[in-house]
Design a protein around this ligand. Structure first.
Ligand code: ADP
Ligand code: MG
Length: 246
C-alpha cells in the first residue's frame, strides 16, 4: 500500500435532491498516489459522489477539500479547483465536431492559456501514451468506443489534474474493448496518479486498487483492501451485492 498525505478530503457530506437524500454522512480521505475503487448497487450514490467532488453538483452540507483547499460553492476559483480534478464518464463525451487532437488541446488552450503549439505537443504525447496517437487528425465518430474512451482519458490528463475520477469508464464498452481502457488505467495507477474509480471490474480492483469502498443507499457501508472485500465482505449488503455480481 502506497502512502502519502491526504489529497482529497470529504467530510460529513450530505447531498439532497429535493427531499431525497442521495449522500448521507460521507467521510472519505484519499491520499496522494492512492487508488480507491468505489463499488455498490445502482442508485447507491456513486455517480453523485463523483459529481460532488468536482462540483458538477453542489452539496447540501459538509466539506470537500482538494490538496488542502476547500471547494467553494461557486465563483471564479471554482474553475481553477475543478481543473485539479480530471473526470472520465461512462459516455466519453468527446466534442463530435472537433478532431481527436483538438479535443485534447481545447482545455489546455482555453483554461490553462497554453500556446497552441505547446498544447499540441503535450496532447500528442498523451495520445501516444494511451495508444491512439495515430488517430489524432480523425473525428471521434471514426474511432471505436475503446479508443474514444482512451482519448477522454488523455483529454483529462492534459489538464494536469491532481486526481482522476472515473465513473464506470468501461460499462458502455463492448467486452473486447474493456481491457484496452483498463490497461491504460492500470498504467496510470502504477505511475502514481491519485484515482477514484467507480467500477465493477474486480480484475482492475484487485490489480490496481489500494482500497475498495462499498456504498449502499447513499452511505459508505464498509471499506477494506480489494483482497479482503472480495473474499471476506463484512456487511450483509456487500455479501448480497457480490453474490449477484459473480
Ligand atoms: P449510482 O451512480 O450509484 O447508480 P447515483 O448517484 O446516480 O447512483 O444516484 C443516487 C440516487 O440519487 C438515485 O436514487 C438517483 O435516482 C438519485 N438521483 C441522481 N441524480 C439525481 C437528480 N439529478 N435528481 C434527482 N435524483 C437524482
Ligand atoms: Mg452511476
Amino acid at each position: 500500500v502506497r502512502r502519502g498525505d491526504p489529497l482529497v478530503q470529504i467530510s460529513n457530506v450530505q447531498k439532497h435532491y429535493g427531499d431525497f437524500q442521495a449522500l448521507k454522512d460521507i467521510d472519505l480521505t484519499v491520499n496522494r498516489g492512492e487508488v480507491v475503487v468505489v463499488i455498490g448497487p445502482s442508485g447507491s450514490g456513486k455517480s453523485t459522489l463523483c459529481r460532488t467532488i468536482n462540483r458538477l453538483e453542489t452539496i447540501t452540507s459538509g466539506t470537500i477539500s482538494i490538496d488542502g483547499k476547500e471547494l467553494p460553492k461557486e465563483g471564479k476559483s471554482l474553475a481553477e479547483l475543478r481543473a485539479d480534478v480530471g473526470m472520465v464518464f461512462q459516455s466519453f463525451n468527446l466534442f463530435s465536431h472537433l478532431t481527436i487532437l483538438e479535443n485534447v488541446t481545447l482545455g489546455p488552450i482555453k483554461v490553462k492559456k497554453m500556446k497552441k503549439a505547446e498544447a499540441e505537443a503535450v496532447a500528442k504525447q498523451l495520445l501516444d501514451r494511451v495508444g491512439v496517437g495515430h488517430q489524432a487528425s480523425k473525428l471521434p465518430a471514426q474511432l471505436s468506443g475503446g479508443q474514444q474512451q482512451r482519448v477522454a482519458i488523455a483529454r483529462a490528463l492534459a489538464m494536469q489534474p491532481k486526481v482522476m475520477l472515473f465513473d464506470e469508464p468501461t460499462s458502455a464498452l463492448d467486452p473486447e474493448m474493456i481491457n484496452e481502457v483498463l490497461d491504460v488505467m492500470v498504467g496510470l495507477a502504477q505511475d502514481g496518479m491519485t484515482m477514484i474509480v467507480v467500477t465493477h471490474e474486480m480484475g482492475f480492483a484487485r490489480k490496481a486498487a489500494d482500497r475498495v469502498v462499498f456504498m449502499a443507499d447513499g452511505q459508505i457501508v464498509e471499506e477494506s483492501t480489494p483482497e479482503e472485500f472480495f473474499t471476506n465482505p463484512q456487511s450483509s449488503r456487500a455479501k448480497d451485492f457480490l453474490s449477484k455480481l459473480l
